[in-house]
Every structure is written in C-alpha cells, then in structure tokens.
Write a protein that binds this ligand. Structure first.
Ligand code: ADP
Ligand code: MG
Length: 559
C-alpha cells in the first residue's frame, strides 16, 4: 500500500450525508438498490468501451454483480466486474457532487427533518446511501485497462473525510464492503438480502449473484443468480408489473421518487426500436440549470451506448426520462452523428408524439396526478408552442391556466374547459397577462367581462406573454389579449350596447380632447372605452406593442 492520503469531503457531500442519514431511516434498505444500480451502470460502461477496446474485458466478459455477507463480521460485500475506478475517479466520484447548483439547493435546507427528507427525493440518493446502514465503507477498485498495481482503496466513516491509497488489485471492477452499524447487523442475512434484491433490483439487466445457501463449510462458494437479469424494456408489457416499472424508473432516472406515468412501446417496420418513457413525479432541483442532465438512455441492440442522449426529444420535454433501444443505429454512433439524419428525425418526431400522448392520457385518466405534473413541470411545457410549431395545438391542449372561473390562482383550467363553457355568441378566448394574480384579478380590464359573465384566462407566469406570442388559436378560436387595442367583443355585444357606446363617445369628445392635451406624448391615444363599468380609466396596450411583462424583461436585461 502506497501514498495514503486523507482528503476532506466537499461541503455539499457532508450536508448530503447528514440529510441522508437523518431522513431515510424509515427506508434504509434502499442502499442496496443504489449500489447495485451503480454496478449495473459500471457494467454498461465497460461493455460499451469494450466494443472498440476488447482488451478491456481482460478475458472476463461475463459481467455480473455479487452480493455476499458475513454475519459474524457484520459486513455486506457488493462486488462487480464493470468499468471500475482509478484513484482519481474515486476521489472525484466518491468525494464530490458534480451536479451544478447543488450548493444553492442544499443551502435551502431548513433543518426540519420532515421537510428536508422531501428534498432528498429531488436530489437522488446514490452511493452515499451506504452510510445509512454502515459506519465504515471500504471501496477497492481498479479501472479496466489499468495495471494491477494501479488499484485504489477508498475508506471512510462518512463523517468529514475519506482516505485513499494506491493498492494492487488483480481483477478489474469495484468491491464495496459495508461495515454495518450497531443496530443494523440484521442486514447481514441471506434471506433479507435476497428479498431486498428481489424487491428493488429484479429488473436490472445484469445478473445479481449470491452464494448458494447450504454450501459445505470450507468448500468453494457456488454463486447463483437471484434476479431475473433481463433488460426490463425487452420483456412484453403484459408481463411487467407496475412495481417493476417503478423500480426501473428509479434506476434509469437516478431518482428516489415514484414516476407519475410511463409508456412502453416496441416499434417495428421501417424503423425498429423500443422506447420506455417516464413522467417523473417531481422536478429535479436543477430543472432550470442549463447543464442539468436531460435526454434518454440510449441502447443499440441492447448494448448501452450513452446516457443523456438529448437528440430524441425537444427541450420542452427535457423532464421525460427513460430508455430508447434502437436496431437501426450503429453501435459506434456518436453524439455528432446523433445531431441529425432521417433516422434520428423520425424517432424524435415519434417519441415526441408518444410523450405528448402519455401526458394527454394522464390528464384524462388521472386529473389529480396531472395537477401534480403541471405544478412540477408546467412552466417547462409552456416552452412547447414556441419550440415545436407542428405540435403547438397538441401542447396547447395540455396547458392549464388560472381563470376568472377557476379556483383562486390555481392553474387548473384547460382550453377545452374554457371552450366548453363559452358564452352564447363567443368565438374568442380572452386572456389577461400581468405581474401577479392579485394584480390581474383586480384589473379594470375585467369589468366588462364580469358584467357579461365571460370567463377570462389570467396569465401571470414570466413566460406567459412570450407563450401567447406563439399561440394564435386553439380549436379554431383565436386568442384575444383584453388589455390590448380596441376591444371588439363581436357578437357578444348587442345592437343596443353599440348605440349606447357611440352616444357616450360623442358626449365625451370634449373630455377626450382635454385629456389628450394634458397627457401629450405620454400616451398614443385617448379613447372612450366601453370596457369599464366601475373604474373611470384604464391604460391599454397598442395592438402591435410589446406587452408589459416583455417590456420588463427587456428593461431588466438592459435593452
Ligand atoms: P450516480 O449513479 O447518480 O452517478 P452515485 O452517487 O450513485 O451517483 O455514484 C457516483 C459515481 O461514482 C458514479 O457516477 C460513478 O462514476 C462512480 N461509481 C459508483 N459506484 C461505482 C461502481 N460500482 N463502479 C464504477 N464506478 C462507480
Ligand atoms: Mg447511482
């Protein structure tokens, strides 16, 4: 053993460890799911790299993970023959958190265990979950392709620091030994470990092996595979339970929470591929970070090729997680090749449609869960009409708004709901944008609508004005911003209304002239309006002018 050094964990890791140990005590067994999930990822990476460098397999191509235990020593060992880690890999991957925005996220922690434990779901759990049950974790590893004397031993008690040393390790891959805490010794039990593996890791494509029970004392261990060990998406839909789909989601998405919906499809014909897409149950903390992970896990003929293949879905669906397994792409496909081409283009179009269909189905079958989806991801979906002109009507159907008929400021009203209760003679969808719900709710622009009993959508998210720039109509009905230009209510106005307005306009001509003189260049025009019933005056925006929100955004950015 040479060059032992003690290094401190990154501050964020220390905070995460605290959070994990204190908030996941009711679900401790998930440490095994996380460590097996990492072993499966390591096997995928090795298989992929070995396509071009077969020597990395070092004559051992039967990839598997082995889970064993020693009840007397109170240890559990998880050993894989995947890609492994170099000393430098171990220091970065097991000592820091690479996700951008982690610091900001962890600073929001309140110290209230209940609230904080909700947050962990947004973060993912990962390797550090080993410290939920272990007070000492020992990782020995060697990266495939490195010499036997370039192995690493990483040990830590999960407090402030860890030790690393360079060691000899004959076999490539990673071995993790957990020294169980007092009180957690029961985990070192064959029956218990098997049932945890069955529950959480049955869907893992990699064989998970355990020592055969009842082996002779002193005889060589006989290993038996305890999971199904076939890639979940290759199995027929009818044979996969909801629990299996849910666990598989946690593995691919690196998420600790349950998904809201999934869509599993095998496409045959001109193109052949299988896709398994998921709608997560909650937004990751870094949803709005530019470099947050997005995209699908790409397999080619069941061989893992890359994580975060972003080319198969538009940006506004970046929250969708899952797997796509293609028979048409080549195994040495690169990110550059994925940029475009007929195969990618038609897969992207089909997967986009599948995702939108899945959301539509969720909204009609499970409105409560759709409301959760909307709360978590609605803002992202609002980018859709601008990014994806072809699907704008479909996306528009998925949008939800606050309205003068809705429940306070909750965004629950769909355009179909709105159209379904339009007034007699109404052929437009009326909306008002603004800074905040309380501001628009009390806007004088609403007076005439209130009087006539016409519903108005109330749009107060930052993105809304921009969104409405791309939505011209839905189901054949145009959108009208009621704060703009000369409001024409069309058939909603009776002949009597119109005559009354004309008379009023003539009557007030003198007042209009005086106001014009006083206000001068500050306004473009002064008009007698029929949109008010209680307020004496209102500022309206010209038909072609930028809306107030857009002006504020541009002013804030110095334009
Ligand atoms: P994630 O799996 O989401 O990347 P984890 O905390 O589970 O996060 O793991 C952190 C990193 O440590 C992995 O991304 C990987 O680089 C490395 N790692 C963990 N376990 C293994 C393993 N068994 N073999 C190789 N690398 C591993
Ligand atoms: Mg992991």
């Amino acid at each position: 053993t040479t060059q032992t050094e003690t290094l401190g964990f990154q501050t964020e890791v220390k905070q995460l460890l605290q959070l994990m140990i204190h908030s996941l005590y009711s679900n401790k067994e998930i440490f095994l799911r996380e460590l097996v999930s990492n072993a499966a990822d390591a096997a995928d990476k090795l298989r992929f790299e070995a396509l071009t460098q077969p020597e990395l397999l070092e004559g051992d191509s039967e990839l598997r993970v082995r889970v064993s235990f020693d009840p007397a020593a109170h240890t559990i060992t998880i050993e894989d023959n995947g890609i492994g880690m170099s000393r430098a890999d171990a220091i970065t991957h097991l000592g820091t958190i690479a996700k951008s925005g982690t610091g900001d996220f962890l600073r929001q922690l309140s110290g209230d265990q209940k609230k904080d434990s909700q947050l962990i779901g947004q973060f993912g759990v990962g390797f550090y979950s080993a410290f939920i049950v272990a007070d000492e974790v020992e990782v020995t590893s060697r990266r495939a392709g490195l010499a036997a004397n370039e192995g690493v031993r990483w040990t830590s008690r999960g407090e402030g620091d860890f030790d690393v040393a360079t060691i000899d390790k004959a076999e490539r891959g990673t071995r993790i030994v957990l020294h169980l805490k007092d009180g957690e010794h029961d985990f070192a039990d064959g029956w218990r470990l098997r049932s945890i593996l069955k529950k959480y890791s049955d869907h893992i494509g990699l064989p998970i092996q355990m020592p055969k029970e009842g082996g002779e004392e002193g005889a060589a261990i006989e290993w038996e595979t305890v999971n199904r060990a076939s890639a979940l998406w290759t199995r027929p839909r009818t044979e996969i339970s909801d629990a299996e789909y849910t666990e598989f989601y946690k593995h691919v998405a690196h998420d600790h929470s349950d998904p809201l919906a999934w869509s599993h499809n095998k496409v045959e014909g001109k193109l052949e591929y299988t896709s398994l897409l998921y709608v997560p149950g909650r937004a990751p903390f870094d949803l709005y970070h530019r470099d947050a992970p997005k995209g699908l896990k790409l397999y080619v003929q069941r061989v893992f090729v890359m994580d975060q293949a972003e080319q198969f879905l538009p940006l506004y669906l970046r929250f969708i997680k899952g797997v796509v397994d293609s028979n048409d792409l080549s195994l040495n496909v690169s990110r550059e090749i994925l940029q475009s081409g007929p195969v990618i283009d038609s897969m992207k179009a089909a997967l986009t449609k599948r995702s939108l269909d899945m959301l539509e189905k969720l909204s009609s079958d499970k409105p409560e869960q759709y409301a959760t989806f909307w709360k978590e991801f609605g803002q992202v979906l609002k980018e859709g009409p601008a990014e994806d002109y072809n699907n704008r009507e479909k996306v528009a159907g998925l949008l939800r708004f606050a309205s003068t008929r809705g429940e306070a400021d909750a965004q629950t009203v769909s355009l179909a709901d709105y159209i379904g209760r339009m007034a007699e003679g109404q052929d437009k969808i009326y909306y008002l944008t603004g800074e905040s719900y309380s501001q628009v709710r009390n806007s004088p622009h609403l007076e005439v609508f209130r009087k006539k009993g016409i519903e108005v959508l109330l749009l107060t998210d930052r993105i809304d004005e921009w969104l409405m720039g791309y939505l011209t109509d839905f189901d054949g009905k145009g959108f009208v911003d009621i704060a703009r230009g000369d409001l024409d209510l069309g058939a909603l106005e009776s002949e009597a209304d119109k005559q009354e307005q004309e008379a009023a306009a003539k009557d007030k001509q003198g007042l209009v002239e005086r106001l014009k003189n006083v206000l001068g260049d500050d306004v473009a025009e002064v008009r007698v309006s029929h949109r008010l019933t209680d307020s004496p005056a209102v500022l309206a925006i010209g038909e072609q002018d930028l809306g107030l929100q857009m002006r504020q955004i541009l002013e804030a950015s110095g334009q």
